[in-house]
Design a binder for this molecule. Structure first.
Ligand SMILES: Nc1nc2c(ncn2[C@@H]2O[C@H](COP(=O)(O)OP(=O)(O)O)[C@@H](O)[C@H]2O)c(=O)[nH]1
Ligand SMILES: [Mg+2]
Length: 363
């Protein structure tokens, strides 16, 4: 009776939470060797391995070691990379989702067995190895059928946080089902690793504040032509274009992020980060508060390096710049050449604001 009740509960749970369990099983691993580059090599290998076995790959967090901090920190996989493009290649799930939605049912605690190559853990898969391109996949499937082994867990330090495996290795051990360096056959999988961020340029130093005062008598100041045209055929430059208000900045950023995320046509919050470049004031606190609800992280480069800022702005998924600034104009031209989208603060002038900004400029 209890069994039937459990079964019913599980079916309802699946129905209402629209969770689908993968009958072909899962692969969980620890990126516990090295820093980013090593972990990225292992990620590509694990992706190729999961593909070969046709099991869902659980995306682990990135393990970061920050200078001066005694413990490593776990950064969710989708902080830096989009999940959706990876799905074009293979079935995947982020670790956080796996642990809350799948593990309690498919991988109850008493069944959590760690996989190790040699006599270190509770299941030794030697002499099997990860090169699934040369008849290895079938051997894994035969020895570990998903019906009996719904989850293959390759263990290491990271799992301490999730408290998932009873057996833990206490030193850095190659935890991923992948070779290092990345296997030749898996190099091309990098194309499914995409990151997405919006880049903005805030030109607001004291020299700029002074320059913007001349806008009313110089409607084509500095680089303004990139917006209003060389003969002002698209109107005159406005003060809000030159020194956009906090409200304008926040409204435009939110609008751009929302439109990109809606375009993605799925539940993936595509844009997770905003990169801010500025000569003076980055508005980090205001931006962080404004974007908290959208769960967008706000970053700046921690040194003042115009060329690093230019390089990063050039790569963003969308750029919002300043019509009047030739620094912004450089980024805009580079992006035009690559076919990347850009927009400007307070341009084109919104209809409802046209009259206001006209009044503002006249005063
Ligand atoms: N690091 C950094 N420096 C900036 C930024 N914006 C402006 N600057 C600095 O301010 C200078 C602005 O002068 P310029 O390049 O002639 O552009 P404009 O004055 O904005 O038309 C730049 O060359 C940089 O040295 C920025 O976003 N980041
Ligand atoms: Mg200048």
């Amino acid at each position: 009776m209890k069994f039937i009740t459990n079964l019913l509960f599980l079916s309802f749970f699946k129905l209402f939470c629209s969770i689908e369990f993968d009958p072909l099983g899962y692969i969980v691993y620890c990126p516990c060797m090295g820093r980013f580059g090593n972990q990225a090599d292992h990620f590509l290998g694990a992706l190729g391995f999961a593909h070969g076995l046709n099991r869902t790959l659980v995306l682990p967090p990135w393990v970061e070691y920050r200078y001066g901090e005694p413990k490593s920190i776990q950064v969710p996989f989708d902080t830096y990379f989009k999940v959706e493009p990876l799905k074009k290649y293979h079935k995947i799930l982020v670790m956080e989702e796996f642990m809350t939605k799948i593990a309690p049912y498919e991988w109850p605690e008493y069944q959590r067995i760690a996989f190790c190559y040699m006599a270190r853990g509770s299941e030794f898969y030697s002499p099997l190895h990860y090169d699934v391109y040369h008849n290895m996949a079938q051997q894994w499937k035969d020895r570990y059928p998903p019906s009996k082994w719904p989850v293959l867990a390759f263990t290491g330090e990271t799992f301490k946080k999730y408290n998932t495996v009873k057996f833990l290795l206490t030193h850095n051990y190659l935890g991923a089902p992948a070779s290092f360096p990345v296997q030749l056959e898996n190099r091309g999988l990098q194309k499914y690793l995409e990151c997405a961020f919006v880049g903005i340029h805030l030109r607001n130093g004291i020299d700029w504040v002074r320059a913007c005062e001349h806008i009313p008598e110089s409607p084509n100041l500095f680089a303004a032509a990139q917006c209003v045209g060389y003969q002002n055929e698209k109107g005159n430059a406005t003060s809000n274009m030159c020194l956009p208000s906090k409200e304008t900045i926040i409204r435009q950023i939110k609008r751009v992020i929302k439109s990109i995320n809606n375009l993605a046509n799925n539940n993936d919050r595509t844009i997770k980060s905003l990169y801010v470049a500025s000569d003076s004031y980055h508005m980090l606190d205001d931006l962080r508060i404004a974007l908290k609800r959208m769960k967008v992280h706000v970053f700046k480069y921690d040194k003042s390096s115009p060329h690093v800022d230019l390089a990063i702005l050039g790569k963003s998924n969308h750029f919002i710049g300043n019509c009047i600034s030739s620094f912004s104009a450089f980024v805009k031209r580079e992006r035009d050449a690559k076919g990347f989208p850009s927009s400007f603060w307070a341009f084109p002038v919104e209809k409802s604001n046209k009259y206001n900004s006209f009044l503002h400029d006249e005063l």
